[in-house]
Design a protein around this ligand. Structure first.
Ligand code: ADP
Ligand code: ZN
Ligand code: ZN
Length: 739
């Protein structure tokens, strides 16, 4: 080693500290090994008494610390970078924008296995024919068509990766059979991207209607642009995605498709697989742990040409990325609500811009943020106003609950409509966004109600098994046999959840099947897939479920939707409550009449004359959303200004409040309140006590994003110096989605 010029490595490490760390190259490394230390690889280093894995950011011969104080790193873990330029830039952006340490952001961007020292980039299994195998002809496989397919595919190509073979419908067991007979062999190698000239489509795409064609023609490829595809449910947005993706694939590029957490149904994936002949990989938290690294790696190596995933996939490495699509862009699950509180949709925009490629945001009910950008012409606004196929748009009916006899929250008129639907041999869906039997258990003689010990919340009664659950902290308890306060033996279950609705409906329609769909009933792995299959068979039945039913599903035989309760959203304390209510109603309504038979949607409400609710129903989501935008503009709420929340929670309320009071003081000094910048708080969070912690927040609003970023950066730095900040759990939420 040249002692005059030691090699200094600057690393990002997963620690809560907002800075880089310097180390010397490992002491025993030769100059050649030092040269192999390139930015983007993982390096293992000592850190206090721990060993950490970090990412090499840069290499130089000078340090900002006295060089003799630097420790040598233990070892490099990769021969080639695992984080490339565009992902590094995306992480740097996210770290700054969301006020999160870069090392933690980068580790979050990597699959779990690579965050540890013993994880390594996997190699890929390739297959080729042996000399014996090449010498045969198809006559030899007459009795095993699967082996014949495998043999033919291998005969006409260079060594093929297993993923590519699967995409060509080659059966893995057939390959194993060929191997046994010494006709094919397999070997491990670094994955290579496939040649660009391969076949892209499996099936002929549909002919687009005029609106779809216009949308597709507007997209400029090989160039940054943000396109909001606002299309009613069933208008054929997915068909536009598929055809835009086809163009990108034909140009030899990859596509990234982000979908909501529960929108990634087997139906969605199947549609992509039917259309495309290229390898497709999935990235989401339900992918088995072992397969996650493999899937990530097939994107990384360029083998997978399409990546479909939930929010975390926004960080997926795609060396030839050509388009990003965010389906149901309004969906809350794109925002991570803990740790790095990023919005995958917003990061997708940043990524598309850095990569100079188009970004397509699709929704029937766009978020007010995206709609605002489209109306301001920052985005291209593409609209699909007709249902594709032959389906008519469903008729929405508002039902005044004040005049209706009821059965556990379901109006008589709704019951009649359900009955008529089932008699016609069709399916009906009852939407009730609360799981469990009843949201509260009360004593009607003294007013006692079952409350959670740890939260400011009532416990929900569940029936099978009969228990009280807190939906906020997970606490459970047996229901008392009598009122703990006045000994009244008769406690009443008040309000309705999915279990009670199921019970009521099953009793009323006892010749028909009633299926409950919620988190509790769908826990089994393939439950949703089995349900979908059952519904597609088309027998008359009745579905009762939560918003799990609202997304992405295509149930052609459902012709009636009943929305049990819309009033929660109208009365919500969160300023986004109304927007969410509107989105939910339209999304659920969109499940009705998706095929030839027309659909009806009954919306039950005790406030049927609420102006926004009536506007939603008579004029549709677009005008409804514009009205809310008007309200937001007049009180300068997002998207007309930029918000951040400083959240604090502690077992001792005083500590959390004191930290926020201090924060408000610091903020005021850094940036005095003005029309450009305002502070509100500390105020109690929506649920002041949760999981036995008291929660408060400071709300900060800015006219300019840049001012916000600067202030937050200084504020975090100052807060980190406060002793109290070590005793209180606190976090910053930039562009918060729930209050
Ligand atoms: P969205 O994503 O907007 O809800 P989809 O893309 O799922 O809508 O389309 C709804 C239905 O219409 C699907 O069954 C789809 O196959 C069909 N469809 C879409 N585009 C066309 C088209 N141009 N011609 C015929 N059918 C179409
Ligand atoms: Zn009582
Ligand atoms: Zn609780």
């Amino acid at each position: 080693m040249n002692c005059d010029h030691p090699t200094v490595l600057t690393l990002a490490l997963p620690t809560p500290l907002f800075r880089h760390f310097e180390y010397l190259a490992p002491a025993d490394y030769t100059p050649a090994q030092n040269d192999a230390l390139i930015p983007g690889i993982r390096v293992e280093v000592p850190f206090g008494r721990q060993t950490l894995v970090g990412i090499l950011i840069s290499k130089s011969h000078t340090a900002s610390y006295p060089i003799e104080k630097l420790k040598p790193a233990y070892q490099a873990l990769d021969a080639k970078p695992v984080i490339h330029g565009d992902i590094l830039a995306l992480c740097q952006f996210a770290a700054e924008y969301y006020q999160h340490p870069l090392g933690e952001v980068m580790m979050a961007a990597l699959p779990q296995k690579l965050r540890a020292s013993d994880g390594a980039l996997p190699q890929t299994a390739y297959w080729q024919l042996t000399t014996e195998g090449k010498g045969l002809n198809s006559e030899n496989f007459k009795r095993s068509p699967k082996q014949q397919t495998a043999w033919e595919v291998l005969l006409h190509s260079a060594p093929l990766a297993e993923t590519a073979l699967t995409a060509k419908q080659v059966d893995k067991s057939a390959l194993k059979q060929l191997q046994k007979k010494n006709l094919a062999e397999t070997f491990l190698a670094d994955a290579q991207a496939l040649p660009a000239s391969q076949q892209v489509l499996n099936e002929t795409p549909r002919t687009l209607n005029n609106e779809q064609q216009h949308a597709l023609d507007t997209i400029r490829f090989h160039k940054f642009g943000c396109y909001l595809l606002e299309g009613i449910t069933g208008s054929g947005k997915t068909e536009v995605y598929l055809q835009a993706i086809a163009r990108v694939l034909q140009a030899g590029q990859q596509a990234l498709v982000l979908v909501p957490e529960i929108g990634l149904t087997p139906q969605t994936v199947a549609r992509f697989e039917e259309r495309f002949a290229v390898p497709i990989t999935q990235l989401h938290s339900n992918v088995a742990k072992g397969a996650r690294l493999e899937n990530w790696h097939s994107a990384f190596s360029g083998q997978a040409r399409i990546v479909i995933g939930t929010r975390l996939a926004v960080f997926a490495p795609l060396p030839e990325l050509g388009i990003i699509i965010v389906d149901e862009e309004h969906d809350l699950s794109f925002k991570q609500q803990e740790g790095l509180r990023y919005s995958a949709r917003d990061l997708a925009i940043v990524r598309a811009k850095k990569n100079n490629i188009p970004l397509l945001l699709g929704s029937a009910t766009p978020s007010l943020e995206s709609l605002h950008n489209a109306l301001q012409q920052r985005y291209h606004h593409l609209r699909l106003t007709q249902r594709a196929a032959n389906a008519a748009t469903p008729a929405l009916q508002l039902l005044d609950m004040r005049k209706q006899p009821q059965h556990a929250g379901i109006a008589q008129a709704s019951m009649d409509a359900i009955s008529a639907t089932l008699e016609r041999g069709e399916q009906a869906l009852v939407f009730i966004n609360r799981r469990g039997f009843a949201p509260s258990l009360i004593c009607q003689s003294c007013g006692w109600s079952a409350a959670c010990k740890y939260c400011d919340a009532r416990m929900t009664l569940h029936n099978s098994p009969r228990k009280l659950h807190c939906h906020h902290c997970g606490a459970m308890a047996y229901p008392p046999s009598q009122c703990p306060s006045c000994m009244n033996p008769a406690l009443s279950a008040l309000g309705q959840g999915t279990e009670r609705a199921e019970e009521t409906l099953q009793a009323a329609f006892n010749q028909h099947t009633v299926i409950r769909v919620d988190q509790d009933s769908m826990q089994r792995k393939n439950a949703m897939a089995e349900l979908t299959q059952q519904l597609l068979e088309g027998q008359p039945c009745l579905l009762v479920g939560t918003q799990m039913l609202a997304k992405g599903h295509h149930f052609p035989n459902v012709t009636l939707v009943v929305i049990v309760d819309t009033d929660q959203g109208l009365l919500s304390g969160d300023f986004r409550g109304i927007e969410r209510m509107g989105q939910q109603v339209i999304q659920v309504a969109g499940r009705a009449g998706r095929a030839e038979k027309p659909g009806t949607v009954i919306i039950q409400s005790y406030r049927p004359d609420h102006p926004l609710l009536t506007q939603l129903i008579t004029e549709g989501y677009h005008n409804f959303a514009k009205s809310i935008l008007g309200e937001r503009a007049s009180c300068r709420m997002p998207p007309y200004n930029h918000m951040a929340l400083l959240r604090a929670e502690s077992k001792r309320a005083d500590n959390a409040k004191a930290l926020l009071t201090k924060a408000a003081q610091i903020a005021r000094q850094l940036q005095p309140p003005s029309p450009e910048c305002s502070y509100l708080g500390p105020i109690p969070a929506f649920m002041e006590r949760r999981n036995d912690r008291f929660r408060y927040q400071l709300q900060l609003q800015f006219s300019h994003r840049q001012t916000r970023t600067q202030l937050l950066q200084q504020l975090v730095e100052a807060l980190n110096k406060e002793a109290l900040s070590k005793r209180v759990r606190w976090s910053i939420d930039v562009d918060p989605q729930d209050m």
